[in-house]
Design a protein around this ligand. Sequence first.
Ligand code: 8VR
Length: 469
Amino acid sequence: MKFAHDFLFGAATASYQIEGAWDQDGKGPTNWDEFTKIPGKTFEGTNGDVAIDHYNRYQEDIALMAEMGLESYRFSISWARILPTGTGEINQKGIDFYNNIINECLKYGIVPFVTLYHWDLPLPLERKGAWLNRETGEAYLNFSLICFEAFGDRVKNFITFNETFVFCNLGYLAGAHPPGIQNDPKKYFQAIHNVFYTHAQTVIAYKKLNQFGEIGLSHVFSPAFSVDDSEENHFATEHANQFNLNWFYDPILLGKYPEYVVNQLTAEGNVPDWTEAELAIIAEAAPLNDFMGLNYYQPMRVEKIQGDVKEHVITRENSTGSPGNPSYDGVYRTVKMADKKYTKWDWEISSQGFIDGLDNLKALYGDIKLYITENGLGDEDPIIEGEVCDIPRIRYIEEHLSAVKTAISRGIHIKGYYAWSAIDLLSWLNGYKKQYGFIYVDHKNDLRREKKASFHWYKSVIANRGEDL
Ligand code: 8VR
């Protein structure tokens, strides 16, 4: 079976991870421009000052994407390129840059799929409290309206926020992302609510513009499964799904927060300071979302923690997605299991977890429109006789794309797949060592680009619309 003609085969990137040119053409500094300069925060002190210099090489990169036959390109906009201080005067050169990217895509018939926020916040807003400060939400709404005005005639797919779970969890619980706060669940849950209220306002505002495009957001999709059939581990698994799935998906898709979580937050004094008006806006916006973006890399394997949580030292290494961490409330921990497959960074490889998770999602939320806005393999690719032979990446994407095909055949409404990532880029906490792309970037040779084995493979898949998968 071929994928439908209107199914989009795509690939994704994010501004801070590719653009570089951190202070070129009037761009303002961001939280990540500052955070990466703090010793020990990133792998070998890596940062995005230059990244892969996509800012100056976007034509070459998009030409390679076109040669691969890419049908859609998901990229993010750096807020500080458009509004250097986050508010106030617009930086025309920033608008021009993203107009160039969009027009370059359209020149090749590539559908631009735009993420408005992928973690790089203008520094003045970070300094004023980032997502704990409601002013950031107001500033975001202004920024998003400027983007709809400038790009909405050609861009018909907007993602408001990428992975709220990650930038809030690593920002306020693990301290591995800006602002680097640890073990502060009150701030964690408050920041998430402020983001969701901002998302809701943005969706309502976008719909009022009648640009007749689609809008939604991208969430981490990491369904939890019990390590065994014991009652207590099934309880821990349901608890994990309530806090990592329902807490994030219910307010967006159902317009209200899950009671189970709100009850616990009430008991422990971590309920966000929300107003009835804000909750009403979140309820009003829910039916206006056109799609949910899913970023799937791995499921979670969960077991209940026996007794008190032993002292858990949070490090950069154990904040990069590998199992073993306890939940903030000490109820469960994620587990690495002997009979499962894992990547070099200990991310589980499970396309079955993907399918089972999608079934659960449909059971919870019905026939919602979905895009897989990220999926891919982080690896160190072998170079053999000058060829980048990333066969494990081909196997990974093949397995997960065929899982998407299976899910569609089971009536799950998936309309596109975006491999992470179109080209090798900066991994937030793992530098340039952890590769994800179809295109290799030679950091020892003037950032020269080179097509990997997976580039040619994905090209053939797109050409025959995944018939052989
Ligand atoms: C997603 C993020 C994207 C990437 C990919 C791979 C990291 C990375 C943490 O969570 O949206 O920015 O981020 O996953 O993992 O290695 O850079």
